[in-house]
Write a protein that binds this ligand. Structure first.
Ligand code: FAD
Length: 499
């Protein structure tokens, strides 16, 4: 087969989901494919979550469950054991790690694992005649076109990159989480000498002169404060970095709920939850009541609440689909943060650091609405906020303010030109929830090219709710690879290329 006859797959987003999809396509396809992974950050396989270089940013799932392959959840743990020489030298601090299936290991280590899987897969694929390309570039637009090929005029998708374009038969959107929410006051903060940090992920915000680039923060004034907007998992990362780099000052984290994620604890026995398929639309309040009563029942029988939340996992997507839009909206407004702090738990080590910092007064958490952040030049920023239950608007001064408010869900506010253009052309649709994109009844991307455009990962949050963690994404990557390989086989049959 020559290059022009290969079935062309474009994957925008070469992070975790995109790279895993490529690996699964290579494994599943009996005939060579052309796969182009396009990623604007160039952090292929690692994406945002696993390109962190701070070894104190930990996985929030135990090593024994983080395997990249849905049929082999212990694969990561086994890989670590048999490839010690490969990863140990990457960071001198890794030598002290206790590698067990229960351990919560550095995400940096997981990134090394993913990178190795992708590289091995590419080497094998190229030997088998696949054409694999990794492009460090931003995809900005897509059009449906018809082009001349040795097989006649064929419909293709033209994907626009910064300075060129490529043609593909199918396009997969694996663009990950959108950046943090943007606040109306941010536009006035461009001139604050890097004191307002829009995102703690460096490559997501390269223009910020950001404090976390410094490995030692012990020389900062002890009487200054760093304020963090958000109290979720990104805030935990920020606090872990500040703490381990010797930051001597005070940290104040603010969010509407003001609640920390619960810590992991060993779940001795799985809870036998039996939920039938819903036989009609559900209401979120009754679902929540049912969950609370199930937790009470479980606790009376010697189980912990964690085992009930874990037992919900196989049902979550089905239950979510059984909520009508209004109920889903209520769930996102009132229930999602409760669900997140119980479902996305933090490693015991991180929880211990947080508890110690809270006890010592170095860290405070406020349940508060933030009204404004203001400042100019190289001066502390002022934050106007109102604590829950109080009528008074107060102000605090902070040397730095970090936006750790969690990802934006609305494409309109995502600032991702590819998605905005695709939405405007009807190639993807934004649902009434305005959370990610919509799927049709067959589970395909709703729009004008339903056979040719696919998506996986956080972009499907409005449809699936649980679509960000590795255990869900590895299942999606396998299923999507199988679907695309079937499609490729049809095309090869049409072109009289036989297996
Ligand atoms: C900080 C953090 C920690 C996490 N920790 C865990 C954990 O411990 N355990 C767990 O199970 N899950 C964890 N998750 C959840 C999950 O593993 C990640 O969200 C997952 O990696 C998402 O994969 P993805 O491929 O969808 O996104 P990413 O891996 O982020 O990849 C998306 C990629 O798309 C690229 N991109 C976006 N738009 C474009 C464009 N227009 N053109 C080109 N490139 C583009 C970006 O540059 C990015 O690299 C974590 C998530 C985060 C954010």
């Amino acid at each position: 087969m020559d290059d022009t006859s290969l079935f062309q797959i474009g994957i925008v987003g070469g992070g975790f989901s995109g790279a895993l999809l490529a690996i699964r396509l290579i494994q599943a396809s009996p005939l060579p494919l052309a796969i182009t992974l396009i990623d604007k950050s160039g952090n292929f396989a690692k994406g945002v979550a696993y390109s962190t270089t701070d070894p104190h940013h930990l996985l929030n799932v135990p090593a024994g469950k983080m395997g990249a392959f849905v049929e082999h959840p212990t694969h990561f743990y086994e890989w670590l054991q048999s490839n010690r020489s490969r990863w140990e030298e990457e960071d001198e601090r890794f030598a002290a790690l206790d590698i067990t299936p229960e351990a919560f290991l550095p995400r940096k280590l997981y990134g090394i694992y993913l990178d190795a899987l992708l590289q091995e897969s590419i080497t094998k694929a190229e030997a088998d005649g696949f054409d694999i390309r990794l492009l460090k570039d931003a995809a900005t637009d897509t059009d449906r076109v018809t082009i001349n090929t040795p097989y006649g005029r064929l419909p293709k998708l033209q994907v626009q990159l910064s300075h060129s374009s490529i043609y593909v038969d199918v396009l997969v959107l694996a663009v990950g989480n959108f950046p943090s929410r943007t606040f109306p006051f941010e536009s006035a903060l461009f001139d604050t000498a890097g004191r307002y940090i829009k995102s703690i992920w460096t490559h997501a915000d390269p223009h910020t002169r950001h404090i976390l680039r410094k490995q030692d923060l012990s020389d900062l004034p002890a009487n200054e404060t760093i304020a963090i907007i958000g109290t979720g998992l990104t805030m935990i990362d920020a606090v872990m970095s500040l703490h381990h780099r010797g930051y001597p000052g005070k940290i104040i984290a603010l969010s509407r709920g003001g609640r920390l994620s619960e810590p992991h604890q060993h779940v001795a026995k799985p809870y036998p939850l039996m939920l039938g398929n819903p036989n009609g639309p559900l209401r979120i309040k009754s679902l929540y009541r049912r969950l609370r009563s199930e937790i009470r029942k479980a606790e009376a029988n010697g189980y912990g609440w964690r085992s009930v939340i874990d037992a919900m996992r196989p049902y979550t997507q089905t239950l979510w689909k059984a909520l009508v839009v209004e109920e889903k909206r209520k769930a996102l407004d009132y229930f999602y943060s409760w669900w997140n702090i119980h479902r996305h738990r933090i490693p015991p080590q991180s929880h211990q650091v947080m508890t110690e910092l809270l006890a010592s007064g170095k860290l405070s958490i406020y349940a508060a609405d933030i009204y404004h952040v203001g400042g100019k030049g190289n001066h502390p920023l002022s934050i106007a906020y109102r604590k829950r239950g109080s009528d008074k608007v107060s102000t605090l001064q902070a040397a730095y303010v970090m936006n750790c408010s969690g990802p934006e869900l609305d494409i309109a506010k995502s600032r991702n030109p590819l998605l905005l253009h695709m939405r405007d052309k009807g190639l993807i649709s934004v649902g009434p929830l305005r959370a990610g994109i919509e799927l049709n009844e067959q589970g395909r991307v709703k729009g004008k090219a339903e056979r040719d455009i696919y998506a996986l990962g956080p972009l499907l949050v409005g449809e699936l709710l649980e679509t960000t963690a590795v255990p869900e994404l590895r299942g999606q990557a396998k299923a999507l690879a199988d679907t695309i390989v079937l499609r490729a086989e049809e095309v090869y049959n049409d072109r009289n290329i036989f297996i």
